[in-house]
Design a binder for this molecule. Structure first.
Ligand SMILES: Nc1ncnc2c1ncn2[C@@H]1O[C@H](COP(=O)(O)OP(=O)(O)O)[C@@H](O)[C@H]1O
Ligand SMILES: [Mg+2]
Length: 430
């Protein structure tokens, strides 16, 4: 349980009612987890006071994506057990299948006459899967002589995607963005977007010179590659948090343009999820914390590069560590293994609900169209959420008690510090 929840919803606030089962039963130490990871994942789980176990008696399992198939095939999961991948997550996270699903969904929209919506599926680089699409690729290659293609291995086949030759540069360097999205259900599609992410920078100035075309330090933003560069900055780890980066871009290109660009990212993420909504095998035991890689071109148009089912949870700087611990903590709170949320929350820590069946729209008069890259007010938000949750749980308990005894004059539990005259439901001072 997140420390804010622990602080506000704990039995010490209800000393006369030790039997208050809602507030006692699923407390921190009762949740058992199992994980193969020794990075921010295990740290964040332990920080919640959850217990690491070895056997099969776990509530939450966090493993590499390749293990999931075997687990789902060989174990009969109990209703409370959760695992961190969907069985066929690869529909979105394998580069060739991602493009196939996006193209198919676009075609389907065209078939249904939804041309305007179909036309918005223009955020992934033209891609061919070889050898199958060889003749299509050659045709396009001849039509666009001079354009650059990037070759990516995918399982045993090979893909070619149009290279974004004009990335937006900051300080002359290329960057892409890592953005986190949590899906807790594919039917109805329920997705939360994390406010914080980061830009990943190259450490060499960007150039389109032909002699540097194979220089990974210039063209690829992966930390694993940049780390080996002699220019690598240990302190910043080649990362810039999304909020600072967004503010910088706003100061340079104007609030409206940048705000629009970030809301386009949110839209493209929803479109990706919608494109596989009917393909992913929905399972109430599964959830997925995706890492979307998105690149702005010099016109601030976002391009989808890749979707990761196991985005790295290993931190390379203290800021990165803090961000990932918070991200994971908010993920665990959203999964609600303690079963204390109402299910209607629109913000949980740094996560904003972006889709529940249909995309969630912010009010017309909001300053931003998306919270992506906005200030991550997770601490205040969790406090607020814990207060309202405590008050709802107590109300629920009282009404159940009254119903059970048929006596509405029973002593009611009052949330908050006992003896406090403030009757504010659910509030207890720190
Ligand atoms: N179409 C593209 N245009 C420009 N840069 C790209 C493109 N595709 C990939 N890159 C760059 O290469 C990096 C690695 O590509 P990616 O598809 O994410 O493969 P990997 O599985 O190695 O992470 C990206 O983070 C991005 O910096
Ligand atoms: Mg990548």
């Amino acid at each position: 349980m997140s420390e804010y929840f622990r602080k506000y919803i704990k039995k010490e606030h209800y000393p006369n009612h030790q039997q208050l089962f809602y507030l006692q039963c699923d407390f921190s130490s009762n949740i058992k987890f199992k994980t193969t990871f020794r990075n921010c994942v295990v740290d964040s789980l332990k920080k919640r006071g959850w217990k690491e176990v070895e056997g099969e008696d776990w509530d939450l399992l966090w493993v590499e994506r390749d293990c999931i198939y075997e687990i789902l095939n060989h174990f009969h999961l109990q209703s409370h057990q959760k695992v961190n991948h969907y069985r066929n997550h690869y529909e979105l996270t394998r580069k060739d299948l991602m493009v196939k699903n996006l193209k198919r969904y676009k075609k389907q929209l065209e078939k249904e006459g939804k041309y305007e919506e179909a036309n918005t599926f223009n955020f992934f680089p033209t891609t061919y899967n070889l050898p199958g699409d060889y003749s299509l690729f050659v045709e396009e290659f001849k039509k666009t002589l001079g354009s650059v293609w990037i070759m990516k291995p995918i399982a045993k086949s090979q893909g070619k995607g149009r290279y974004i030759i004009n990335p937006l540069l900051i300080g002359g360097k290329k960057f892409d963005m890592r953005i986190y999205c949590l899906v807790t259900n594919y039917s109805p599609l329920t997705a939360y977007l994390y406010r914080t992410g980061f830009g990943r920078f190259t450490h060499h100035r960007y150039t389109t010179n032909i002699e540097d075309i194979a220089n990974n330090y210039v063209h690829l933003t992966n930390v694993a590659i940049q780390k080996t560069s002699e220019n690598y900055d240990e302190r910043l780890g080649g990362k810039w948090d999304l909020r600072s980066m967004k503010l910088y871009l706003m100061s340079k290109y104007g609030q409206e343009k940048v705000s629009d660009a970030f809301s386009q990212i949110q839209e493209l993420i929803i479109k990706c999820l919608q494109s596989v909504q009917k393909t992913i095998i929905n399972d109430k035991h599964c959830f997925e914390l995706y890492g979307f890689d998105v690149l702005f071109d010099s016109n601030l148009k976002p391009w989808l590069i890749e979707i990761n089912a196991s985005p790295s949870m290993t931190a390379n700087t203290p800021n990165d560590y803090e961000m990932k611990i918070g991200l994971l903590d908010d993920t665990f709170t959203t999964l609600d293994l303690e079963k204390i949320l109402s299910g209607t929350e629109e913000q949980i820590g740094g996560f904003d609900l972006i889709c529940r069946g249909t995309p969630v729209k912010l009010p017309q008069n909001s300053t931003y169209l998306s919270h992506l890259g906005c200030q991550n007010n997770r601490n205040q938000q969790l406090k607020k959420l814990a207060k309202s949750t405590a008050s709802r749980l107590v109300e629920h308990y009282n009404s159940e008690q009254s119903q059970a005894t048929g006596n509405t004059n029973d002593e009611k539990i009052k949330p908050g510090n006992q003896g406090s005259s403030s009757g504010t439901a659910g509030l207890s001072k720190k």
